[in-house]
Write a protein that binds this ligand. Structure first.
Ligand code: CTP
Length: 397
């Protein structure tokens, strides 16, 4: 996959630079052509000679050498992808603000290729509001920021901030190159968000789903060239990037739209948190408060996933979600069977940082052939990558 790919590898000042030595070896083994750029602080951690020996190219460090100017524009145009690993907190801040005080920044600012960051820093820095704001700025500029791992940090503390392992970085890059247009010609249908079941003109029964997980899946499908329809319940998030969004409010509306769209879809992902019950009748006028208790009669909504499982034809891949608080695996497998799905994505409310109203999620994917794929806690954007890689049977963790 990486044979002949031109890769710019930026190394910044972080102890995780030692992992980039292995990463570079893997890239070279895969047949990539790599040019390494180091910041001054990076060479405090690993000698440039190590990188130049492995890459078989001189390591670039300065904007000029003697009276020769390093052509950063040419470098930025040469590469198929620019990777900064480790990306220190300082470099991320400089990138977000467009500073240009070293060769790496000059190349970044003139690069026309995609840019991928593998950050590494201490947990306090990673979680600091300033770092988060800088990363949000970079993501808006289409820089791909890959989430960090949890584990022992250079400070001796345990927490988030470890750079990904070299093998995982390589896998990510493989997916990055495989992903471009790999789903061109395919159609994906996704349900996302909560549903609101009206009680009267001003009140409803709803839930805390933000819609983020399903929207991330829709965006990832679109990035891979698929034609995407997203049936979205009330959500504050605006989906990006060429997606056909069908806005709905209630479970009933979501059901109708999903049934209309499902026939032509190759991939059907039901990520919505659909209400299981809806008021038997919606009051036409606002219900007035009285001194007696109020009883609402609720009736079951139609189960969209269950119906899709009945109607699904050969070759269509149907994926459901399960959010459980107990006997997770048992219920997930039961859902897989009962709803005739091909995969069930389990997220447990018992996992810290997973589920509703979090930017992160921790999932296990169960397949109908008995496959079980367990993943670490990740940003929902990265979880979407794992889900799509699994259901499209791309090489994965
Ligand atoms: N789902 C659906 N339509 C519904 C209810 C749920 O399509 N009316 C889908 C969800 O989008 C999700 C999956 O079914 O993909 C699981 O939803 P969940 O509420 O956890 O499952 P239930 O079948 O309702 O089972 P239970 O409440 O007993 O856990």
């Amino acid at each position: 996959m990486l044979k002949g790919k031109k890769i710019l590898l930026g190394i910044t000042g972080s102890i995780a630079a030692y992992k980039s030595v292995s990463f570079l070896r893997l890239l070279i083994k895969e047949g990539a052509e790599v040019k390494v750029i180091m910041t001054a602080h990076a060479s405090d951690f690993v000698n440039p000679l190590t990188f130049s020996t492995l890459s078989k190219n001189p390591v670039l460090t300065d904007l000029s050498e003697g009276n020769v100017w390093a052509n950063h524009v040419e470098l930025g145009r040469w590469a198929d992808v620019m990777i900064i690993a480790p990306a220190s907190c300082n470099t991320i801040a400089k990138m977000a603000n467009g500073l240009c005080d070293n060769l790496l920044m000059a190349v970044y600012l003139s690069a026309v290729c995609p840019v991928i960051l593998f950050p590494a820093m201490d947990e306090d820095m990673w979680l600091h509001a300033a770092t988060k704001a800088n990363m949000a700025t970079l993501k808006k500029q289409e820089v791909q920021v890959i989430s960090v791992n949890k584990g022992e940090l250079a400070s001796g503390l345990f927490g988030e901030g470890r750079m990904q392992e070299p093998e995982d970085m390589l896998r990510y890059l493989d997916h990055f190159f495989a992903g471009k247009n790999s789903l061109k010609g395919k159609k994906a249908l996704i349900t996302a968000g909560p549903t609101y079941e009206a009680i009267d003109p001003v009140r409803f029964i709803g839930n805390h789903s933000s819609g983020k997980m399903g929207i991330s899946i829709a965006e990832e499908f679109a990035k891979r060239g698929a034609e995407v329809t997203l049936i979205l319940g009330p959500s504050a998030i605006i989906p990006q990037g060429g997606i056909n969004v069908v806005n709905v409010v209630s479970a009933g509306e979501m059901y109708e739209e999903a049934m209309k769209e499902m026939e032509l879809a190759d991939y059907i992902i039901m990520a919505a948190a659909v209400a299981d019950y809806t008021p038997a009748e919606k009051a036409i006028e606002k219900i007035k408060k009285t001194n007696s208790p109020l009883t609402l009669d609720l009736v079951q909504t139609k189960d969209i996933l269950l119906e899709a499982g009945k109607r699904k034809s050969n070759g269509q891949i149907l994926v459901g979600f399960a959010l459980e608080t107990e006997n997770e695996k048992h219920y997930a497998l039961d859902k897989l069977r009962r709803k005739n799905a091909d995969f069930i994505v389990l997220n447990s409310l018992n996992d810290e940082g997973a589920g509703f109203a979090h930017k992160t999620n921790k999932i296990t994917i169960f397949g109908k052939e008995g496959e079980v794929n367990e993943f670490d806690l990740k940003l929902k954007e990265d979880v979407a990558v794992d889900i799509i890689n699994t259901i499209t049977k791309l090489k994965n963790d």
